[in-house]
Structure formats: C-alpha cells, structure tokens
Design a protein around this ligand. Structure first.
Ligand SMILES: Cc1cc2nc3c(=O)[nH]c(=O)nc-3n(C[C@H](O)[C@H](O)[C@H](O)COP(=O)(O)OP(=O)(O)OC[C@H]3O[C@@H](n4cnc5c(N)ncnc54)[C@H](O)[C@@H]3O)c2cc1C
Length: 401
C-alpha cells in the first residue's frame, strides 16, 4: 500500500485515479493538443495546472505543510507516467519541481511565505537561469556577476537557452558573487523579478519553429539582498540539489508509451485502409517490437528504483541511467514514426503545430505534430545535463574514472 494523506491506496488504485483525472478533469482542448503533439500556450499549461489543483495534485510531492500531498517517489513516478500516457502535458518544472523545493529546503521563512503559495496556485510563472554562453555542461564557469551595493545586488551578465522565460514573472538564477580558487565556491542562488529594469529577453527559434527558449541579458539589474536563497557562495549546493530533482523525472516512460501507441495506430490504420499491408510492414513491426522491449525494460528499472527510493534521499547514479535510456528511447520512437510517415513528414510548417487543431497539408492530420516531436526531441539528450555528461557521472561512480 502507498499512502496519500487521508487515504490508503494501492499502486493500481492510484494509477486508476490518475486515469480518471485524465478522462474527466484534464481540459479536453489541452488533452487533444497533447495527443496531437501541438505546441502548448501558457494558457494551456495554466489550464492543466488549475485542473490538478482541484485534486491537490499540483505539487503532489511537496510536504503537506507547504500544500503538497507528500507523495512517495513511487507515487510521483506513477503520476508522471500515467498522466503523460493519457494525454496530460509535461509539467513544466521550473516553479513546482525546481525552485519550490529549493525554497522550502534552503529558503528563509519570509521566502517560503512570499513565493510558495503563488507557485502552488499557478499565479506566478518561473524560469531557470543557469546556462550561459560558455557555461552549459561546465556550469561552474558561469560569469554573470552579482555585486553587493547597500541593500541590493547589482547583477550583470547573460543567460541562454532559458525556457519559457517569455512567460515568466520570476527567474531563479545562478550568479557569481566572488572569485574563489574552486569556481563552484563563489556562486550564489538569486530570485530575480522579471519586471526589474535592465532585463532584456530575446527569443531563440528552435528547429521545430516554435518559441521554447531565449537569451536573457541582465544589465545592472537591482536585486534585493532578501532574494538571496540560503547563504552567499553556497549556490552550487542548491543548484546540485535542484539538478538531481530534474534528472529523476527524465525517463518520461509515459510520453514514450503514448508515442509508441501512436506509431502502432498509424501502422494499423494504414494496413486496414489499404486492405493489404504495406510491403515494409514486417520491417516496422520488428522495429516496433524492439522499441516495446526497450520500454518494458526501462519501466521495470524505473519502477524498481522508485519503489526502493526514499523521498528525501539523493537520487543515485540510476537517475543518470534513466535520463540516457529514456531520452534515447524517445528519439528512437520519434525517428521510427517519421520513417513510417515517409515523404509526408518532409512537409513541415510551424503554423500547423501552433494552432488548436492538428493539420498537415499532405499526410494524416497528426503528421506535423509527429515531425515537431521529432525535431524538438533532439534537444532531450542535451538539456537537463547532456547524455555525455550522464555517462561521465556513471563512469565516475561505478568505475572510479
Ligand atoms: C531545448 C533546451 C532547453 C533548455 N532550457 C534551459 C533552461 O531553461 N535553463 C537553463 O539554464 N538551461 C537550459 N538549457 C541549456 C542546457 O542545460 C545546456 O544546453 C546543456 O547543459 C549543455 O550545455 P551547452 O549547450 O553549453 O553545451 P556544451 O556544454 O558546450 O556541450 C557541447 C557538447 O559537448 C559535450 N560535452 C561537454 N562537456 C563534456 C565532457 N566533459 N565530456 C564529454 N562530453 C562533453 C556535450 O555533451 C555536448 O554534446 C536548455 C537547452 C535546450 C537545448
């Protein structure tokens, strides 16, 4: 039995509750867009979050004292898997999964009171300002500088690849507050109000033609000292805590299960419409079976890990294994889907994935969404700590290299 405050439910019952939520409470328009792999607007994401709030599931893994449901790692995994499999969006993590836990773990009482309720109520949108030109994998090389001046820091520098900061009210930011011999030591964790003068956001269009990421320029931005989280110079510790939360969710088995089901339905529909299967059907059936086996193996690994993991323990090297296997599988499924769609997938216009209805000028209506999933999915082995970096983590932990 797994515990939810006020009730005891089995894993299977909890899965059923998540499916019921998707079938009955997840806004239909949002679900339809997710199932067709269309680009979601901020309003779509907010509608999803508000529908979760009615069940107290917006931040299920937060402690009850801060408005969560104290989910175990297993419940959290089940929620992520089952909801994504049945058409819920990827829960954009910056407020709920990233900065929220940093604030309730390391923040002051005043920060907890100021920042946690609006995150929980989806009233304030957050972005993550870590990466810089020249400081991605080597994050400790970051150069954005915060200099104390009276009761403020003055922050100058540049962030890049900042996801959805165009929607953000706040950005949590790693900044350099001193130059120590170990670069990790002089870094601090600041909360920056995006309305502060001196901030400029410039969009970057990714190859799916959508607006996910941005550059952020900070020119002498005044940030009150009370927006420093924890101790000055200890930001690296908080950043690592946050990144470990990021990796544990990256297997995304629910997304892979949904995309694989879509591929199977494309193959089945083509076979039934044509009367006779396509000549290459057997080849695709073989590829699909191979992908299914990989998904089963990954799920078994994740479930066993989630069942044994404690809620407050740091994730082990297994989180890196999940990130590598999960993202590679997503890319393989997307690639196989495009191979099946063939020539139709060559025609792609971002306008077809930015609307409310799936549309493709040449192939099945959901072709454009499949192409978008393929194009945007190329980034999944880069963000959240690239897969090469995850391999380094594994080799260091397991082989001592
Ligand atoms: C779609 C998308 C969204 C993102 N969103 C955010 C966000 O919201 N906030 C944020 O702060 N950042 C974000 N990022 C940035 C992301 O975290 C970085 O892109 C990532 O950490 C890699 O850094 P880099 O781009 O500087 O590449 P680099 O670090 O320059 O790496 C280039 C290549 O070299 C490899 N490499 C680097 N070092 C090593 C090594 N030691 N051993 C082996 N191989 C190595 C990498 O794996 C990669 O293949 C996002 C990125 C993308 C693509």
């Amino acid at each position: 039995m797994v515990q939810i405050p006020g009730q005891s439910v089995s894993e299977a019952e909890f899965r059923q509750q998540v499916r019921d939520y998707c079938n009955n409470e997840l806004p239909r328009e949002v679900r339809a867009k997710v199932l067709a792999n269309l680009f979601l607007t901020k309003e779509d994401n907010l509608a999803f979050l508000r529908s979760l709030a009615r069940r107290g599931w917006t931040a299920g893994h937060w402690p009850v004292a801060y408005g969560g449901a104290a989910w175990t790692p297993l419940q959290r995994f089940v929620f992520e898997e089952e909801s994504m499999r049945h058409g819920a969006p990827w829960l954009i993590p910056f407020g709920i999964n990233y900065v929220g836990p940093v604030i309730y773990t390391f923040g002051s009482e005043a920060q907890k009171q100021r920042f946690l309720p609006p995150i929980l109520a989806s009233k304030e949108w957050w972005a993550q300002g870590y990466s810089e030109p020249g400081a991605g994998s080597d994050l400790a090389g970051l150069k954005t500088r915060a200099v104390r001046s009276g009761d403020h820091y003055r922050v100058s520098g540049q962030k890049i690849w900042t996801s959805y900061v165009q929607w953000a009210d706040w950005m949590f930011c790693l900044v350099r507050t001193s130059d120590e011999s170990r670069p990790q030591q002089g870094i601090s964790f600041l909360l920056i109000d995006m309305k502060t003068p001196g901030i400029e956001v410039r969009p970057i269009r990714t190859m799916d033609g959508c607006h996910h990421v941005n550059e952020v320029f900070l020119d002498d931005v005044k940030v009150p000292l009370q927006n420093l989280v924890g101790e000055e110079g200890k930001g690296w510790t908080y950043a690592k805590f946050l990144l470990s939360n990021e990796r544990i969710l990256s297997a995304e088995t629910g997304r892979s299960a949904r995309q694989l089901a879509h591929l199977k339905s494309l193959v089945a529909t083509a076979s039934s419409q044509a009367g006779t299967p396509r000549p290459d059907s057997a080849h695709f059936e073989h590829r699909i079976a191979h992908l299914e086996l990989k998904l089963h193996a990954l799920r078994a690994f994740c479930l066993s890990y989630a069942r044994n993991m404690s809620a407050d323990g740091p994730p082990g090297v297994e989180a890196s294994v999940m990130k590598i296997r999960g993202t590679e599988l997503q890319q393989q499924i997307a690639e196989t889907t495009l191979d099946w769609l063939g020539a139709a997938a060559v025609v792609y216009d971002p306008a077809d994935v930015n609307g409310a209805i799936a549309h493709s000028p040449v192939g099945p209506a959901d072709t454009s969404g499949a192409v978008r999933e393929y194009l945007h999915g190329r980034a999944s082995t880069i963000y959240g700590g690239s897969n090469e970096i995850q391999r380094n983590i594994i080799s260091k932990a397991e082989l001592g290299l």
